[in-house]
Design a protein around this ligand. Structure first.
Ligand code: SF4
Length: 112
């Protein structure tokens, strides 16, 4: 390769490197406050539970991201969604059992 071609080639490489470094810097800064599961319409695309999810419409599956970008979004992610489901089921069973006991007690008191 001639010296001129080599210089022109190096110049282009340097220009591309500058462009990419700007993109990488922006992506890195953005990743600290913008969740990767948030799409350009501010909808949540995550397939797990997150405290920031807002149900837009009860009849559709669309979830909006409620994260305002002022804190670390990662702490809102459910790391054990199945454990959460089990806990909810257990709590529902306990509530139902307690309600049943109260109904029984109320019935016994009326008979007495
Ligand atoms: S709701 Fe949670 S998981 Fe979904 S985009 Fe927002 S921060 Fe990310």
């Amino acid at each position: 390769m001639a010296d001129q071609d080599q210089e022109a080639f190096q110049e282009r490489l340097d220009r591309i490197a500058r462009m990419f470094s700007g993109i990488v810097s922006h992506a890195e800064a953005s990743s600290r406050t913008r969740c990767p599961y948030r799409d350009r319409h501010d909808r949540c695309t995550a397939l797990f539970r997150c405290r920031n999810q807002i149900v837009e419409d009860a009849e559709s599956d669309l979830l909006t991201c409620g994260h305002d970008g002022t804190f670390d979004y990662r702490t809102a992610w459910e790391s054990h969604p199945r454990a959460r489901q089990r806990a909810r089921a257990k709590i529902s069973a306990i509530k139902e059992e307690a309600a049943s006991r109260r109904r029984e007690q109320a019935g016994e008191e009326q008979q007495a």
